[in-house]
Write a protein that binds this ligand. Structure first.
Ligand code: AMP
Ligand code: ZN
Length: 493
């Protein structure tokens, strides 16, 4: 079955052909780690996690690179000292790299909570300063960039003069761009207002700085992604993703850098995930219309009536196609919770269905054909990763499973086994949902192991009062600890 992907570069769905056989190179712009990620950011990363899972499920071997932006010229308000990392470090009285560490750890914890798989490579901008300097040098040598007051800018006009069409990804007309841009950023250092920084000279107050052929400075944000994507995936690779809002200028600049450096379109398929809105407005830190992911999970917020399990949030996100805007609301979350519970219940019911009696074991279902159903699920997945359509097919199977339970349907033994396996694959492996109950059991076990270890430490330290207290209080909760030669085990009474 052909996989179709909507390519933002051409504005249409195309049949996906990887550059190297079955191997897929995918780059996704990562977070800027100067503050906590909000739920909107999580949606974009989850969209690409689903795409990564689907590609893997379809049999591709994916090299998935998602960077960490831990330095870089990000502002466009003209104030070079207004570096977000430096600003935040002043606010929190921490070193800039402590800020980076703190929010990188937070980012990983959040994504882990929502069951996102780690990328196969996670490079940082600060770990690739040399590569960025080399790229800037190459662009100067080729006449696409120029130095000015210790900063280096990409020459957009020159790029266009050579027929390379700046604006092709975001479908913007360069004349309009020039007419509508005020030069705040470069403060007369640039030849044209649309030129963008590849390298920025650091003012004395700027703490995050590196040596370069142009003096001390720091890299431009757009250049980071070109440096890291081409280093790990090659001058031309299969898929580049990110949120819709990154299409311009960030991705447009990446296209320009790649084409100018290597005389080729850097990316075959550009994919853009749509935004998460709350109360109809785009979620964003700057407007204050945002919720932190853990606030939704803990219930500690002013927008939602109750807490929602991360898997319910994930199910809610998966109910929208990655290219559609998704509005999050209390009502929608409550509805998703019901749907999610029914889906999980069906998986449990299917597992517990009594073994079919021999005389019924070969009966075909009258209304549900497992092979046709599988085909429809695969069609949804291969039609530009259509998760809502996949979910609607999953619910056809859910209804069938409940009919089986009520004895209103029959199925052959082989079909039932295949259906159970496919439900497992689609729900857990592809959609990335988790079974809350199983998960809770695992958590309980981990917690009890911690308590057993603490009790052992107390005993070693001859603090028998504490060790007995741990044992007795657990017993009062219905959990008995048993000491044996192999160590301590527990039994839930
Ligand atoms: P940033 O750390 O600001 O670069 O954002 C990380 C990712 O989150 C980018 O791919 C953004 O496009 C994406 N993003 C930002 N706001 C939203 C939103 N409201 N909904 C979905 N994705 C978003
Ligand atoms: Zn990027």
């Amino acid at each position: 079955m052909n996989l179709k992907i909507y390519n933002s570069l051409y504005g249409e769905k195309e049949i996906f052909k990887p550059l190297h056989d079955n191997n897929v190179g995918m780059y996704v712009c990562g977070p800027t780690v100067y503050s906590n990620v909000h739920l909107g950011n999580v949606r974009t990363f989850m969209s690409f996690d689903f795409i990564y899972r689907t590609l893997t499920f379809l049999g591709y071997k994916v090299r998935y690179v998602r960077n960490i932006t831990d330095a870089g010229h990000l502002t466009d308000d003209g104030d070079v000292d207004n570096d977000r990392f430096v600003k935040q470090s002043r606010l929190e009285k921490l070193e800039p790299m402590e800020i980076v560490q703190k929010y990188t750890v937070d980012f990983h914890q959040v994504l882990d909570t929502f069951n996102l798989l780690p990328p196969t490579i996670e490079p940082t901008a600060t770990g690739h300063i040399m590569e960025q300097i080399e790229l800037a040098q190459k662009l100067i040598e080729k006449g696409y960039a120029y130095e000015s007051n210790g900063s280096v800018y990409f020459d957009v006009m020159e790029y266009n003069r050579r027929g390379l069409n700046y604006g092709e990804l975001s479908r913007r007309n360069i004349e309009e761009l020039f007419a509508n841009t005020r030069d705040l950023d470069g403060q007369n250092e640039k030849r044209n207002p649309q030129d963008f920084a590849l390298w920025k000279a650091a003012s004395p107050a700027h703490i995050m700085r590196w040596n370069s052929p142009w003096g001390e400075g720091f890299p431009g944000w757009h250049l980071e992604c070109t440096a890291m994507s081409t280093k790990y995936l090659g001058e031309k690779f299969d898929i580049h993703g990110g949120g819709m809002d990154l299409k311009f200028p960030h991705h447009e600049c990446e296209v320009a850098q790649g084409k100018a450096c290597n005389n080729t379109e850097p990316v075959n398929y550009w994919m853009h995930a749509n935004m998460l809105t709350m109360n109809g407005q785009r979620m964003s830190k700057s407007t204050g219309n945002y919720i932190l992911p853990m606030e939704l999970v803990s219930g500690n917020n002013n927008f939602f009536e109750k807490p929602f399990h991360p898997s319910v949030v994930r199910f809610n996100f998966m109910q929208a196609h990655y290219r559609s805007v998704l509005d999050i609301s209390n009502e929608a979350m409550v509805a998703s919770e019901k749907g999610y519970q029914r889906l999980m219940e069906a998986i449990k019911v299917a597992a517990d269905l009594p073994i079919l009696k021999e005389e019924n074991a070969t009966h075909q279902s009258a209304s549900f054909d497992v092979r046709q159903w599988k085909q429809k699920c695969l069609e949804a997945l291969t039609d530009d990763f259509n998760s809502p359509i996949l979910i609607s097919h999953l619910f056809e199977a859910v209804n069938f499973i409940f009919k089986l339970k009520d004895g209103k349907e029959t199925v052959s033994r082989g079909d039932l086994e295949e259906l159970k396996q496919l439900m497992h694959d689609f729900v857990y492996d592809v959609l990335g949902l988790q079974n809350i109950e199983e998960n809770n059991n695992e958590k309980l076990d981990q917690t009890l192991q911690v308590l057993i270890e603490l009790r052992n430490q107390a005993r070693k330290a001859k603090n028998f009062e504490l060790s007995d207290q741990i044992r007795d209080r657990l017993l009062a909760e219905g959990i008995e600890l048993k000491d044996g030669r192999e160590g301590t085990t527990y039994m839930i009474l």
